[in-house]
Design a protein around this ligand. Structure first.
Ligand code: LMR
Length: 352
């Protein structure tokens, strides 16, 4: 009898704890938490915004900027909860999370959409963009619009693109100055056909690992190196596990900002307009600030580590472009002609 009473008390205590503490946000039934700044609590809408980067990066800061703007514009009727560092979802499952409405917004690297939507591969082509204005012309022009339209019919709506910076190679084995220095090195990569082809063209091998597993895999030496924007190399401390970095600027890392379509369509016209305006303003903000954030981070890396940092001269970059030719040949099979022609136009306009 005593045993039955003890077991029953345990079960009851478990049920009550679950009831009072609530469930994880992933399992949330949409019930709103109390917020004393919100007068008409019933009307408050919550956007759960999940991303894998650190908070002090262009994406982390843009998410916070967006949250502030939309809350101000809607008088706190829309609130944004930000889940950074992959605390809710990792690279592999964030798309399903937003499509299913487990979160309302995500901002994955454009590469991470390129397996599902082949035209997105155009943004990964090595040396596709000569400088920041070229990237802006792609993101905010015809290429960007075509790619966002490509998401139609997926219950995920594309809102636009956010900026980070050009990617650089880091590794633990040797200085990288010419394409042949990559021979037989093993790199952590994001999943993406162009990225795969890029390393193949350099005779290097790859492992697709989620962003937040990269540090550990560099630490134990499972991979020799990785490629990323400076802000990620700094904020995730990759530089602490790497002896060499090459400022190659070989491709651009930016983000697709997307929202669950059903959620967006369910918003009033006024809320939709506020969201679109906030998105536009944050995009302008992150375009202007991403460069200085990356610059500040490389200064910090230089101050706090003895990693060797090499720079590719214009002459050396020519050799890399030559080595990347097979990547373009392969990509032509997957990317529409229209987008490749637009890229060529941008390249001609912004040639050095
Ligand atoms: C990576 O996976 O290397 C980056 O795309 C992470 C990010 O979102 O910046």
């Amino acid at each position: 009898m005593k045993t039955v009473t003890i077991i029953t008390s345990f079960i009851l205590a478990g049920i009550l704890t679950a009831f009072f503490l609530g469930f994880s946000p992933v399992e949330s039934t949409g019930k709103l938490e109390y917020d004393d700044e919100q007068e008409g609590l019933e009307e408050q809408l919550v956007i759960r915004f999940s991303h894998v980067a650190a908070e002090n990066t262009p994406k982390g800061m843009a998410a916070r900027d967006f949250a502030k703007r939309i809350q101000a514009k809607t008088d706190n009727e829309i609130k944004v909860e930000i889940y950074s560092n992959g605390e809710l979802y990792q690279d592999q499952n964030e798309w399903a999370a937003v499509a299913n409405g487990n979160v309302e917004m995500i901002a994955p690297a454009t590469t991470k959409l390129s397996t599902r939507f082949p035209d997105w591969q155009v943004l990964d082509l090595p040396y596709a963009f000569q400088g920041y204005p070229a990237v802006q012309e792609a993101y905010e022009g015809k290429i960007g619009q075509t790619l966002l339209d490509d998401l139609r019919g997926t219950n995920v709506k594309g809102l636009g693109f956010w900026y980070n910076g050009f990617k650089q190679f880091t590794n633990n084995k040797q200085p990288i100055q010419s394409p042949s220095d990559m021979n037989k090195l093993h790199f952590r990569v994001m999943p993406g056909p162009v990225i795969e082809a890029q390393f193949q063209a350099l005779n290097a091998s790859t492992s697709e690992l989620s962003f937040n597993k990269t540090y550990r895999n560099l630490e134990v030496g499972f991979v020799d190196g990785q490629e990323n924007a400076i802000s990620n190399i700094y904020s995730k401390k990759f530089y602490k596990q790497q002896s060499y970095m090459t400022l190659s600027n070989h491709a651009y890392l930016g983000y697709a900002v997307v929202i669950n379509e059903e959620f967006f369509e369910g918003l009033s016209n006024t809320h939709q307009q506020s969201l679109t305006e906030a998105m536009k303003e944050t995009t302008d903000w992150v375009r202007r600030h991403s460069i200085e954030i990356n610059d500040a981070h490389i200064r910090k890396i230089k101050r706090s580590s003895d990693m060797e940092i090499d720079v590719l001269t214009t002459e050396e970059q020519k050799r890399w472009r030559e080595a990347f030719k097979p990547v373009y040949l392969k990509a032509k099979q997957n990317i529409s002609n229209e987008l490749l022609q637009e890229l060529e136009r941008i390249q001609q306009t912004h040639s050095p």
